[in-house]
Design a protein around this ligand. Structure first.
Ligand SMILES: C[S@@+](CC[C@H](N)C(=O)[O-])C[C@H]1O[C@@H](n2cnc3c(N)ncnc32)[C@H](O)[C@@H]1O
Length: 178
C-alpha cells in the first residue's frame, strides 16, 4: 500500500486503510480490467493499476483529472486510460470485468449499465447514508449478492502526552457479486 502522504492531493483521495479493504474486496489479478468510476485524485486507480491488467479512470471533474495525471506520473503508471466525463456515458462503450465506484452522481444509471453489461464484481465506497441505502437497493434489484462493511478507522498521532487517536469519517464498503 502507498501511504496517503505520498500522493499529490488536491481533490478527495480514498484513505490508505479504506483502499486496503477495498482492494482486498476487489480481489484483483493481472487479468482484470477495472473501471474506476469517479477516480478523484487517483488513489484507487494507482493501487488498482499496480495489481491489474488495466484500469479505466473516469471522472467528470477537470481538477480531479489533473490530480490523477500527477499521481499516475509520480507512480509511473502506464496501464491506466484516463476518461474525462460522466461515468454513465463512458462505461457504455468500455470492456471491463470489475468496477470500483468512488463517485455516486447518477448512480441509478451507472448501476443499471453495470448490471446490463453483467459486470460480476463491483466494489463501492459510500459516505452518505442515503447513497448507501440507494446503492444497496439498486444492486439487490439486479440480483447481486452483497457484502457490506462499515469501516470506522481511527489513526494515532503522537502529541506531547503520547499517542492520541483521531477518527476518520465512517465509510461503507459494499461488495456486489453476480
Ligand atoms: C471521493 S472522490 C474519489 C476518490 C478516489 N477513489 C481516490 O482514491 O482518490 C469521488 C469522485 O467521483 C467523481 N464523480 C462522481 N460522480 C461521477 C460520475 N457520475 N461520473 C464521473 N465522475 C463522478 C467526482 O467528481 C469525484 O472526483
Amino acid at each position: 500500500m502507498i501511504p496517503d502522504d505520498q500522493f499529490v492531493k488536491r481533490v478527495p483521495l480514498t484513505k490508505e486503510e479504506i483502499r486496503a479493504i477495498s482492494l482486498y474486496k476487489l480481489s484483483l489479478s493481472k487479468d482484470d480490467i477495472v473501471a474506476d468510476i469517479g477516480s478523484g485524485a487517483g488513489g484507487m486507480s494507482v493501487e488498482i493499476a499496480l495489481r491489474a491488467k488495466k484500469v479505466y479512470s473516469i471522472d467528470l471533474n477537470r481538477e480531479a483529472i489533473e490530480n490523477l495525471k500527477e499521481n499516475l506520473k509520480k507512480f509511473n503508471i502506464k496501464n491506466c486510460e484516463i476518461i474525462h466525463g460522466k461515468a454513465e456515458e463512458a462505461i457504455k462503450n468500455l470492456e471491463f470485468n470489475k468496477a470500483f465506484i468512488g463517485g455516486t452522481k447518477n448512480i441509478e444509471e451507472i448501476i443499471k449499465i453495470l448490471a446490463e453489461k453483467e459486470v460480476s464484481h463491483i466494489v463501492a465506497n459510500t459516505i452518505v447514508l442515503e447513497n448507501t441505502l440507494k446503492i444497496v437497493k439498486l444492486l439487490e434489484s439486479y440480483n447481486y449478492k452483497l457484502d457490506i462493511v462499515l469501516a470506522n478507522i481511527s489513526k494515532a498521532k503522537k502529541i506531547s502526552p503520547g499517542y492520541i487517536f483521531f477518527s476518520h469519517n465512517p465509510i461503507y464498503i459494499i461488495t456486489a457479486l453476480l
